[in-house]
Write a protein that binds this ligand. Structure first.
Ligand code: MD6
Ligand code: FE
Length: 223
């Protein structure tokens, strides 16, 4: 699989770019999964449609979200939390399709985190202008496991900084199929997404879909 990626015609980007210690961009890593991945995502959003969450501060997020897996990430006026039930339907989140498990585990291994099993997959939809302010992913309990983040559809500018909000950030253009893995000394690095530029993607139209895989419960299986 990796050999094919090296030979992608017209893609001059290095297949692997280190952002910081423990943090890497894997260019095009998700491309071999896309034929199974895109229909699987369609099934999930039929069961658990995208919605704009309200932050604890009362703001409506510009990014629309849903989840699959045994736990989902939710936010309301009482705060951020992980919950096994979709508050909109009262039912459990759709199960994580095997293609997502394989993609997450494969990318984690390639990023230096063998043995990662994703419990939660947060699915985010960005349309033109949607952004994510600089933040840390710190609502999970298991900081030993990395975050695996898959970009699909329109390209975005990903901002990756340091452990302090005031640390300088670097900008990385993430395209369809790129995967970012961050863990270890970078697990709590501040990161964000600049406002999405409008455009049209051949497979996904005028949107960017981002999948972030997490392990929420501490335990040996995911280390
Ligand atoms: C991205 N997403 O969209 C990175 N974090 O490339 C995130 O960092 C993220 O989309 C927490 C919650 C939702 C997200
Ligand atoms: Fe994040």
């Amino acid at each position: 699989m990796t050999a094919d990626l090296f030979e992608t015609v017209g893609d001059a980007r290095p297949p692997r770019e280190t952002m910081a210690e423990g943090a890497v961009v894997l260019r095009g890593f998700a491309r071999p999964f896309e034929a199974a991945l895109i229909p699987a995502l369609g099934d999930i959003v039929k069961q658990a449609p995208f919605r704009h969450l309200i932050t604890p501060g009362g703001h409506r997020m510009s990014v629309a979200m849903t989840n699959c897996g045994s736990l989902g990430w939710v936010s309301d006026s009482s705060g951020y939390r992980c919950d096994g039930i979709d508050p909109n339907s009262g039912a459990p989140w759709p199960p994580m399709p095997s293609v997502l498990c394989r993609l997450a585990a494969g990318a984690a291994t390639e990023g230096g985190y063998a043995g990662f099993t994703a419990e939660a997959c947060l699915i985010n939809r960005y349309v033109s202008g949607a952004k994510l302010s600089l933040h840390q992913d710190k609502d999970e309990l298991d900081f030993a496991a990395p975050i695996v983040s898959v970009s699909l559809g329109l390209p975005a500018i990903f901002l990756f900084g340091g452990l302090k909000r005031s640390d300088p950030t670097r900008r990385y253009r993430l395209e369809h199929g790129d995967v970012v893995v961050w863990g270890g000394p970078s697990r709590l690095a501040f990161h964000g997404v600049a406002p999405l530029a409008d455009g049209e993607h051949g497979l996904l139209g005028r949107q960017r879909i981002n999948l972030t895989f997490r392990k929420v419960r501490p335990g040996a299986a995911g280390r």
